[in-house]
Design a protein around this ligand. Structure first.
Ligand SMILES: Nc1ncnc2c1ncn2[C@@H]1O[C@H](COP(=O)(O)OP(=O)(O)OP(=O)(O)O)[C@@H](O)[C@H]1O
Length: 450
């Protein structure tokens, strides 16, 4: 890899999300000579995206790193000169020896996927919280268009929905290398559509999306309130569905609960299978940490993994962030990652996560959330409008703090420990069968630990 591009990527990793870097920038091949830095995109779609969203940033980093004005050129192809997989028929095959052309807008359907190769089922750690989602995603990858269509994965941020979606796409490609799989964030669907409307080439837009074997759209909550997008997506959905092409979607909540999403679209989304991805429990968090550490070839003991898993409960992205910080510091100071080193390095981060999670804080947060008075929540009154939030607050106290059942009972106006135990069981039962309760629960966990 060109040294300049490697350093540029390192900078970009600090400025963009790792998803952006993995999806769009890592797949680029680079060649550098005295005239410029040449970047080769695997397909026209990827070229369009890199040019529209990242080229300016890349250009300024390259200038900064090289200390001079060095042009950055983009084209479809490879730095080794292998023919471009999806060059439009009117263009000649790229050759790195030829003068690079400026990127032109191209609207051919992508023949090379833009999936993140690191997001596979092998690198996904299974636990109770994501078991169903993983099984469903595997089913879809093995029987695209037939098992569940659409497959919709929903749940809070950073819990592995995007990972599973890419894993399904990667497995589908592995089983059928000729398949056309297109992954997009919903913002990209919206901006592609706006551009097509402006340039009056909606036919190209429609063709681009409808010619794939599997369409993966991330974070569809972004469609809410965007009527034209929903209309277009509705038609794309129908076309794909009728042709038995696979659709995989993610959403940050149960889509039926999304305001400002057209009823007919909501109904379509319910035709296949919707699976919740829940926050992982302690054991799964620790297992994920050990697996990520192994992937990064970091030496992390079980003690360190358990320390982080115990203190960081919000989501997997935060866990991974903590691990990356540890890796960078350990590398810099050339020190082994012991529990002391981890405590010291992540002191602020661990404190932030620990701070919010006290019983009084949980009580106050739950009272605000359900709009009841704190004094009522802690009182002996048994009306239902208070009893349920009180049980939620007790169950959260058990889940998120180290306090014992008697201590929690004491903090809730001197109640018996069996009352707390009953609350925990009742709320767990509710979460299993009632979508709204589960959303409340997850939302509260996010507020308290985010
Ligand atoms: N069970 C798991 N095993 C391994 N890695 C995981 C797991 N769950 C999440 N991750 C990792 O956590 C990070 C965040 O996951 P991901 O981006 O898939 O979350 P998400 O649910 O799509 O979040 P958002 O809604 O914010 O897009 C990724 O690096 C992913 O690999």
């Amino acid at each position: 890899m060109s040294d300049l591009w490697r350093r540029c990527l390192e900078r970009l990793e600090g400025e963009l999300t790792s998803e952006d870097v993995h999806t769009w920038l890592m797949p680029l091949q680079a060649r550098e000579d005295g005239h410029g830095l040449f970047l080769y995109a695997p397909n026209p779609y990827s070229l369009d995206t890199v040019r529209d969203q990242y080229l300016d940033k890349i250009q300024s980093i390259v200038e900064h790193l090289s200390g001079r004005t060095l042009p950055v050129r983009l084209e479809v192809g490879s730095s080794g000169g292998r023919p471009a997989p999806a060059r439009p028929a009117s263009s000649t095959a790229p050759s790195p020896a030829a003068a690079p052309r400026a990127a032109e807008p191209v609207h051919e359907p992508p023949h090379v996927h833009n999936l993140d190769p690191h997001y596979t089922f092998e690198t996904f750690v299974e636990g109770k919280s994501n078991q169903l989602g993983k099984a469903a995603a595997m089913q879809v990858a093995m029987n695209p268009g037939r098992a569940y269509n659409p497959l919709l994965l929903y749940g809070g941020t950073g819990l592995g929905k995007t990972h599973l979606m890419h894993a399904a796409g990667n497995m589908l490609m592995q089983n059928n290398p000729g398949a056309k799989v297109l992954y997009l964030r919903s913002e990209q669907f919206v901006s592609g559509m706006v551009k097509a409307l402006q340039q009056k080439n909606m036919d190209d837009f429609k063709r681009r999306f409808r010619s794939v074997d599997a369409l993966l759209i991330d974070d569809i909550q972004f469609f809410a309130g965007k009527d034209t997008t929903q209309e277009e997506f509705f038609h794309t959905f129908n076309a794909l569905f009728e042709a038995k092409q696979q659709i995989i979607l993610t959403c940050d909540r149960y889509p039926k609960e999304l305001d400002k999403l057209e009823p007919r679209l909501k109904s379509r989304l319910g035709w296949g299978l919707s699976v919740a991805i829940e926050p992982p429990d302690f054991e799964t968090r620790a297992a994920i940490l050990l697996s990520k550490a192994a992937e990064k070839e970091m030496e992390v003991s079980e003690d360190v993994a358990m320390l982080l898993a115990k203190r960081i409960r919000s989501n997997v992205r935060d866990l991974e962030g903590a691990l990356n910080t540890l890796a960078a510091r350990a590398n810099f100071y050339r020190k082994p990652i012991t529990t002391d080193f981890a405590e010291e390095t992540l002191r602020d981060l661990l404190n932030t996560h620990a701070q919010a999670v006290t019983v009084p804080n949980i009580q106050k947060t739950v009272a605000d959330y359900y709009q009841v008075r704190l004094s009522d929540l802690l009182s002996k009154r048994r009306v239902r409008s208070l009893a349920r939030p009180r049980q939620v607050a007790m169950a959260l106290s058990k889940e998120l703090t180290e306090h014992s059942l008697p201590e929690i009972g004491e903090a809730f106006g001197g109640r018996d420990h069996t009352t707390v135990l009953h609350a925990c069981r009742t709320i767990r039962g509710f979460c299993e069968k009632d979508v709204r309760m589960r959303q409340d629960w997850e939302q509260l966990i996010r507020i308290l630990t985010g």
